[in-house]
Write a protein that binds this ligand. Structure first.
Ligand code: NAP
Length: 435
């Protein structure tokens, strides 16, 4: 028998469990430990609430979760309730599938002003992550600046621009929907430090901007290279750039929509100004060097805004004693190996890139690596020993069956047309599974 503990119940965690289950059948016991009483990590609290088709992948994780040899151990915080060393004493392999929940830091003067919010907090707020339920972003802002040209920036802009009716069928949490109903936002501005050919926005997501009820994307045709140059782009990127070009071609048709989503390219924020609260961003115009990196031109201008959301990527928080690559914000690893018996997978291994599906090969690969290292397994005790330690410490784990009760209660309390209304307080989640 092999005993594997996975820390983190997001996509990377569940694909790893699925891989272990497929490889070993009944000869493995997998415990997926999560600090929240609810599973699925980014699927629940990262993927945009109006992208329900992406969230549907959790059904696949549920199939894995319903196997006897895979357990969800929610409401257990590694580092507080139990240490990594204690897990390593009990399991043949401990896999960190902790994702990258912290924002990459925007290191410019003024980034600590009120109204400057990282995407982890903003996305967590509209998705009902308990850590960010009280964020209360200033949506009386008329102009919101978003730093970054990636898919998270797109999610944030779309959520800020939609009408309440456009959230029908989504699982955006009630507090966010109420706040957005009262929102005064008239303009969203993407500040991208490079150009249209260097965006990290994928075509499907970018194309959605054309179909918003009250908002229109606005680009400046002068920012674009010759159209013939698009042929050199890889196909996905070419499609994205085609959408961007469509934005200026359709400008007249979209004119009536009152909310604008402006793309400022070659725009590098260098300072945030404000009297306690963000009022302006100083932006330096950039150009690309030979390696297509952005370099400042020395020319600056100011953008007024009352809310600034940084969407510049994420990092995995370091854990004491676990080797870490500070530059890339992930654990130092060789094909998922960190230290003997300790592994990582997903964003904790690769850094924050790729789609949900990218985690699948990652999960299967780390199980192959583990297999090379642990063979038939050892005499470690696994589950019973974890349960005994948690009981001794009076920690009450939440099981997958408990989660199904929480889920049932969330479905029961959904507003009309919504798939669920999430609990945003851990206490309410715990209470729901006991009732
Ligand atoms: P991302 O794709 O890495 O984009 C980050 C953006 O921030 C880039 O435009 C980057 O510009 C910019 N940036 C980084 N540091 C900056 C700085 N100091 N100043 C100004 N700009 C800076 O990250 P993300 O948007 O957080 O997305 C993370 C991953 O999740 C991606 O793989 C993404 O595709 C995925 N995701 C997918 C979906 C979806 O499929 N629907 C939704 C959300 C997220 P440079 O290019 O110049 O570095």
């Amino acid at each position: 028998m092999r005993h594997i503990a996975i820390i983190g119940s997001g996509p990377a965690g569940y694909y790893t469990a699925e891989a272990a289950q497929k490889k070993y059948g009944d000869d493995v016991q997998v415990d997926i430990i999560d600090r929240l009483p609810v599973p699925f990590g980014l699927i629940r609290t990262g993927v945009a609430p109006d992208h329900q088709s992406i969230k549907a992948v959790s059904r696949r994780y549920e199939k894995t979760a319903l196997n006897e040899n895979v357990r969800f151990v929610g409401n257990v915080t590694v580092g507080e309730d139990i240490s990594i060393t204690e897990l390593q004493e009990r399991y043949d392999a401990v896999v960190l599938a902790t994702g990258a929940p912290h924002d990459r830091v925007l290191d410019i003067p003024g980034s600590d002003l009120n109204g400057v919010i990282g995407s982890a907090a903003f996305v967590g707020w509209y998705n009902g992550h308990p850590d960010f339920k009280d964020l209360n972003p200033p949506l009386d802002a008329k102009t919101v600046a978003i730093i970054g040209n990636g898919n998270v920036a797109l999610d944030v802009a779309r959520i800020l621009s939609k009408t309440p009716d456009e959230f029908v069928g989504s699982d955006i949490v009630g507090h966010a929907l109420d706040a957005l109903r009262k929102s005064q936002v008239e303009q969203v501005i993407f500040l991208g430090r490079r150009g249209p050919h260097q965006i990290a926005m994928t075509p499907k997501e970018l194309g959605e901007l054309m179909h918003l009820e009250r908002a229109k994307p606005v680009v400046d045709a002068a920012d674009f290279p010759d159209e013939g140059d698009d042929a050199m782009l890889e196909p996905g990127m070419r499609k994205s750039v085609t959408h961007l070009r469509e934005f200026y071609r359709q400008a007249e048709a979209l004119q009536e929509k009152p909310v604008t989503i402006d793309f400022d390219f070659f725009a590098m924020p260098v300072e945030i100004k404000g009297d306690g609260h963000v009022q302006k961003i100083v932006v330096e115009k950039t150009e690309l060097d030979r390696d297509l990196r952005s370099t400042g031109t020395g020319e600056t201008y100011e953008v007024d805004c009352q809310l600034l959301v940084t969407c510049i990527g994420y990092r995995t928080p370091p854990i004491e004693g676990v080797p870490y690559e500070h530059g890339r914000g992930r654990f130092a690893n060789d094909q998922g190996r960190i230290l003997p018996g300790l592994y990582c997978v997903g964003w904790a291994k690769r850094g924050p890139s790729g789609t949900i599906g990218t985690n699948k090969p990652d999960g299967f690969a780390v199980i192959d690596t583990i297999d090379e290292d642990i063979g038939e397994g050892s005499r470690k005790e696994g589950r019973p020993s974890l349960d005994a330690l948690l009981a001794e410490r009076q920690v009450q784990p939440v099981t997958f069956r408990d989660w199904k009760k929480i889920e049932e209660a969330e479905i029961a309390q959904a507003r009309e047309g919504a798939p669920r209304e999430k609990f945003v307080e851990i206490g309410d989640m715990i209470a729901a599974q006991k009732s």
